[in-house]
Write a protein that binds this ligand. Structure first.
Ligand SMILES: O=C(O)/C=C/C(=O)CC(=O)C(=O)O
Ligand SMILES: [Mg+2]
Length: 230
């Protein structure tokens, strides 16, 4: 199948595509979480309904008391990838996006203690805010990007993608040997250190250098029927 053009992929989040997340891909973030850096990529998924765009709020689920920000570089696939060797992986990339891996940290701690998957902590509605699509031609080297995040104007997180434990071609190749990646899929490549809590009415601003930035407000979820099992 031919690769999609940047124009076709500019609204990748509307396609209902997969969101594949990489955890503990920065040693200093693994350390701040009290976790060891992984020997192999740690993967989890968010549902495509987790996407949220500027103009809509990030909604803290009712079952969450400690909602954390994680700023991450997102990689958007331009075509299907199955068992791709590392040296061919970058040809499948269409572009990038600034992404937030919003995390119900208290729920995640409960899940970790009970040996449960992280879905409730990582996959709730609006847990994946994304920026505009950045075509790959605009990024000279995705492993030399400064990603940053402010809360109410105060710098909370910054990191350089050169510090990733597993590179983008390694991740694409690794994931594509487990399941097919599809055109429009998004890979969140992990958070640098400095994750922290946000409160209702806070404003998050985050970006990739001066290439792209986004702003989101935090709101309280009001849906009844919150999970009680965690
Ligand atoms: O190690 C932990 O307790 C938590 C790790 C994460 O939440 C993983 C990520 O999402 C990440 O590193 O970006
Ligand atoms: Mg993350």
């Amino acid at each position: 199948m031919a690769a999609s053009s940047s124009k076709q992929l500019s609204r990748f989040w509307e396609w209902g595509r997969n969101i594949v997340c990489v955890g503990r891909n920065y040693a200093e973030h693994a350390e701040e979480m009290g976790s060891a850096p992984p020997a192999e990529p740690l993967l989890f998924l968010k549902p495509s309904s987790a996407y949220v765009r500027e103009g809509s709020p990030i909604v803290r689920p009712r079952y969450c008391r400690t909602l954390h920000h994680e700023v991450e570089l997102g990689v958007v696939l331009g075509r299907r990838a199955r068992a791709v060797p590392q040296d061919a992986a970058m040809q499948l990339v269409a572009g990038y996006a600034l992404c937030l891996d919003m995390t119900a940290r208290d729920t995640q701690e409960q899940c970790k203690m009970k040996g449960l998957p992280w879905t409730l902590a990582k996959g709730f509605a609006s847990s994946c805010p994304v920026s505009d699509f950045v075509p790959k031609e605009k990024i000279a080297d995705p492993h030399k990007l400064h990603i940053w995040l402010k809360v109410n104007g105060k710098l909370r997180q910054e990191g350089d993608t050169s510090s990733m434990i597993f590179s983008i071609p390694y991740l694409i190749s690794y994931i594509s040997h487990i399941f097919d990646l599809e055109e429009g899929d998004l890979i969140l490549t992990g958070s640098p250190k400095g994750v922290g809590a946000v409160e209702v009415d806070d404003e998050i601003e985050a970006g990739i250098g001066d290439v792209v930035s986004v702003r989101f407000k935090v709101a309280q979820g009001t849906e009844p029927g919150s999970p009680k099992g965690v």
